[in-house]
Design a protein around this ligand. Structure first.
Ligand code: SAH
Length: 214
């Protein structure tokens, strides 16, 4: 992990990224402001720091990836955060998505199966001053029953099918955002928990690493 280039250049790159995201269709002003303020270079490896503000996924340790900024912004926007929510994230990875969420929600609970990634993410988030993120190392497909229910749930790895166990940990009127599909084809979807059952909305085609579960 590295700061890469001087801060002023990074400020310009973040501003360019925000402009790019707006052109791509991200409208939520709070999401855009946060995407323009979190230093993504702190969440990538030294070898890829030069590309930290390109709109692309990058390799991180343990054979995993940090998602493309557009997808992070799109998923965050779909969560419709107002600032009071408790959010569960499955797949801490680099911690970048958790950092974005930490500035838009009250509390973030994030689960990662690789302890090495979780520890790196904990350090990166501490450096960003995030004090409202709780970390757990383990199988996120089981959720975090002790801290449930959650107002929002975001899965940043591809589930093969609708994640019923996690759905049960979502509060009434809550929103779940997740990519669902196999390694060939995945669709990013948002579901709201209504009294009549899940109401779903497809966001886009996507490609995530698989949600590994027992
Ligand atoms: N949100 C991350 C993206 C991480 S990629 C970021 O902002 O960087 C997806 C992550 O999900 C990987 O780190 C992978 O190890 C993790 N993962 C996959 N299956 C998991 C499971 N069952 N429980 C917890 N984490 C899981």
């Amino acid at each position: 992990m590295t700061d890469g280039v001087p801060t002023s250049v990074q400020d310009l790159r973040r501003r360019d990224l925000t402009r790019h995201l707006r052109i791509q269709g991200i409208h939520d002003a709070r999401v855009l402001a946060v995407m323009g303020s979190v230093p993504r270079e702190r969440f990538v490896n030294a070898e890829t720091a030069d590309w930290a503000y390109e709109d692309r996924a990058l390799a991180i340790d343990c054979g995993q990836t940090i998602s493309q900024p557009y997808i992070v912004a799109l998923m965050t926007e779909a969560l419709e955060l107002t600032g009071s929510e408790r959010v569960l994230e499955i797949g801490t990875g680099s911690g970048y998505q958790a950092a974005i969420l930490s500035r838009l929600a009250a509390e973030v609970f994030t689960i990662e199966r690789h302890s090495e990634l979780s520890h790196q993410a904990q350090q990166a988030l501490a450096r960003c001053g995030a004090s409202n993120v709780h970390f757990h190392i383990g199988d996120g497909s089981l959720g975090w029953p002790d801290a449930a229910p959650f107002d929002r749930i975001i899965i940043t790895a591809a589930a093969q099918e609708f994640p019923t166990v996690l759905w049960d940990q979502l509060a009434p009127d809550g929103i779940l955002v997740a990519p669902v599909g196999d390694s060939e084809r995945q669709i990013l979807q948002a579901w709201r928990k209504t009294a009549e059952g899940p109401s779903s909305r497809a966001l886009c085609d996507c490609r995530f690493v698989p949600l590994v579960s027992k």
